[in-house]
Design a protein around this ligand. Sequence first.
Ligand code: ADP
Ligand code: GLC
Length: 486
Amino acid sequence: MGIKPLVLFMTSEMYPFSKTGGLADVLGALPLTLFRMGVNAAVVTPLYGRMNTSEFGLRLLTERCPVGYPWAPITAEIYQADYYGMPIYFVGRGEYFDRRNLYNTHAGDYFDNCERFNFFCRATLEWARRLDWAPAVIHAHDWQSALVPAYLHFWRRTDPFWKDTKTVLTIHNLAFQGRFASRLFFESGLPAEAWNMDGAEFYGDFNLLKTGIAYADSVTTVSPSYAEEILTPRFGCGLEGMLARRRGVLRGILNGADYSVWDPRDDKFLPCIYKAGCAEGKKDCKAALLKEMHLPDQLEDRPVMSFIGRFRGQKGVDLLIDIIPRLMEREVGLIVLGEGKLEHEARLQELAEVHQDRLRVIVGYSEDLAHRIQAGSDIFLMPSRYEPCGLTQMYALRFGTPPVATAVGGLRDTIVPHPAPGATGFTFQDPTPDGFFAAIQQALELWDADKPAWEAMVDRAMGQDFSWEQSAAQYIDLYRSLGARV
Ligand code: ADP
Ligand code: GLC
């Protein structure tokens, strides 16, 4: 019996090794779910400086994997770890990846991001050549991996090794495209014929995501609604025309939630565990959270809201900031965890000074606190201007914390809005402070006026099932539709 055809994932971040956002959660779960469903999956990711690899037994495979033109004689180190039996290959090169952060500092993006991630793409392909068989599918994610579909599109013509390898590019956020000066295209190793408006060129610049969209065999994004939205100027970030041209290969597959990490029935970060139908455990988590946040006990009987996310325009944190004074006139608590734009961090901290008995703002990144906030709060706020999928609202649902969210993208696909039958949360159409505040008021009214109805909503929210198996099955169908016998 031969080896099963390989699906090789490429990602710039993967939980629990590295993470800046939802991309890491997706790559921490999707490949492993496929692997457990019998797909021969493996992942390639950069080896960053501060990485959580110790418990996974990292070992060096080669110190000198050639990367080819335009890098020769520079080489990559390749390491391997076994992640519950599935191979993870790490691409190392200190000068590119051994840095404090993954992509940027407060001062801006690293100046050599194009070179860093093109190096990652080329090292992945050269490493893949050293595996026994060419992968049946290379599944690339976001702009950092998006040149791989383009290389293969051109190499397949002359290199028999790649002739049967199909490429899938998943877009997690169209706002991040990897846009660089044109000269970097001509140094990239892609053929000059890719330099046109249906290829790598974007208003005179080299656009990595667009390049991937142009040449991938299949393009996916992370929710059905976002797959529609990105064909419009409002959400297309200038690529709506290109996406429309590739509409035939574009598909939206909803992300899943990894309930082995995010489930209050068995969560290592919580002071106590709980499940649907037993409100007591959640109450205890709330009391413990209020204590941890030094918020008054009186809030135990009042709704405590939360926001967890990057302080950026996408997440609508400015809408939240705008309504905080109004919100604080109500008898409610609010806990905000996140980091991002300095002006938002500063404004939130000022507001927290003014409303010390109601509002806590934690500027920073804390995986375990995120779990405790999800569990210990009552209403989860997510006023995103756009949301390709969004994982935090799925986690909030499972933790019995009904979300108040904008009706966009994956939020629309995962929340059943009150007062529809089977409601699991609250949504609003236009991302304005008034629209957001009105939706919060709906939630507060239900909380105050009809406690049994509130508790029924909490139970329904906890009963939602966004397990990865359902999404993984759709990816298997997709790979097979490309002819891969996975
Ligand atoms: P995005 O990827 O756009 O940031 P998602 O909802 O898909 O949004 O995923 C965000 C992920 O990052 C979740 O796992 C969330 O808990 C986590 N996260 C975001 N900000 C923080 C923070 N400040 N501390 C801890 N976890 C965070
Ligand atoms: C991006 C999107 C987010 C999505 C995540 C994982 O970061 O902003 O909506 O959930 O990717 O796909």
